[in-house]
Design a protein around this ligand. Structure first.
Ligand SMILES: NC(=O)c1ccc[n+]([C@@H]2O[C@H](COP(=O)([O-])OP(=O)(O)OC[C@H]3O[C@@H](n4cnc5c(N)ncnc54)[C@H](OP(=O)(O)O)[C@@H]3O)[C@@H](O)[C@H]2O)c1
Length: 342
């Protein structure tokens, strides 16, 4: 190992509203040495994901917050640099959770060994990893689309949404995406094969969405919340299913959502249309569902039936800005930081 310095990005301050670059701090330390039973991992790719915004808050949630001064959490693809672990040797390629840093120690917990011959190892952080599994589980186990039904998915060109729409097409559904801007909508239709895609920033978004779903909506895969959910709600059919995966429009909220209280109308709609709304956190499902997902998804990707656009940022120091951009839709595809040489 030639490098003796580990660069890492820690949480400098808890954000109020949208995170700023000052909420992060780049630090350097000596590269740690593995003890017996440990290995040293060198990060190649770091995944940036919306859930990280929640970890920057100090409050009760489904996962503990990152402490001030602690390394930001994150999924990674790494090379084993040195090993004193019986099951791994130097040179192995692994997926794990090293966080926003160039080197990390691991005792093997939570690591997945990757095939060194993989064409695109970064896909272990998206379509073949957590976001892909999120799409697969949420759509197939909760959304349960049937051939001929209409599926609407928000954040349609993102890591989760793009996979949701492509699986729904494989199941014979009509797929309508919602995305921010004409370029993303064109990509959703021309490359991902969606039947329609509506720009949520258009002033007549709700009217356009209604026109694109003449048979109503049977499955709404919720990634966003806010104005998109408000536009979808009146379109939901009797017996519709709503997997609630994410609410990214609200992650930076500091005030209660403005406007009249719509909860009574929402509940009335759920009752009279017999709508099933179910939230899920994908970490609950790895033990019982990840193997089946991996088999199906590896096949679909190899056959070209599911594809994914990636957007790379080069260098660990780019991670804060790339993350800030992700939260506001200035990304186009799955955001991955290239931290080190493959
Ligand atoms: N439940 C779980 O276990 C789980 C696991 C993974 C992810 N998730 C959730 O799934 C969602 C998608 O995650 P991802 O990793 O695939 O991210 P992503 O879609 O690749 O990136 C985030 C996208 O959100 C959209 N967005 C941001 N603010 C918005 C707003 N106010 N209104 C509408 N769209 C907005 C932007 O797309 P546009 O430019 O197209 O608007 C942005 O590109 C997130 O809510 C995330 O928290 C949940």
């Amino acid at each position: 190992m030639s490098n003796t310095i580990n660069r890492r990005i820690v949480l400098n301050a808890r954000p109020t509203g949208a995170p700023t670059p000052e909420d992060f701090r780049l630090e350097q330390e000596e590269v740690p040495q593995p003890a017996e039973g440990q290995m040293l991992l060198r990060t190649i790719y770091l995944s940036l994901d919306p859930y990280m915004r929640g970890r920057m808050n100090d409050g009760p949630s489904y996962a503990p917050p990152v402490g001030l001064g602690e390394v930001m959490v994150g999924g990674t693809v790494s090379r084993v640099e040195a090993s004193r672990h019986p099951a791994y040797k130097a040179g192995d390629l692994v997926a794990g959770f090293s966080g926003w840093q160039e080197y990390a120690l691991s005792d093997g917990e939570g690591l997945t060994r990757l095939d060194d011959g993989m064409d695109r190892p970064s896909l272990a952080l998206s379509v073949l990893g957590m976001p892909g599994f999120t799409a697969y589980h949420g759509l197939l186990n909760i959304g349960q689309p049937k051939a001929g039904e209409t599926v609407v998915v928000a954040s349609a060109t993102g890591a989760v949404g793009s996979v949701v729409g492509q699986i729904a097409k494989l199941k014979g559904a009509r797929v309508v995406g919602v995305a921010g801007g004409a370029d993303k909508c064109r990509f959703a239709m021309e490359t991902l094969g969606f039947d329609a895609c509506i720009d949520h920033r258009a002033p007549d978004f709700a009217e356009q969405l209604a026109a694109a779903t003449p048979q109503g909506v049977d499955v709404y895969f919720e990634n966003v919340g806010g104005a998109v959910f408000e536009a979808v709600l009146p379109l939901l059919n009797v017996g519709a299913r709503v997997p609630v995966c994410g609410l990214i429009a609200h992650y930076n909220d500091t005030q209660p959502y403005p406007g009249p209280n719509l909860v009574p109308q929402l509940m009335m709609r759920i009752l009279t249309r017999r709508i099933r709304v179910q939230g899920f956190i994908i970490m609950d499902h790895f033990a019982d569902g990840f193997d089946a997902f991996q088999r199906d998804m590896a096949g679909w990707v190899a056959q070209g039936k599911v594809t994914l656009r990636e957007q790379f940022a080069d260098g660990l120091e780019q991670a804060p800005q790339a993350f800030i951009d992700l939260l506001s839709g200035r990304n186009f595809g799955k955001v991955v930081v290239r931290v080190g040489e493959a």
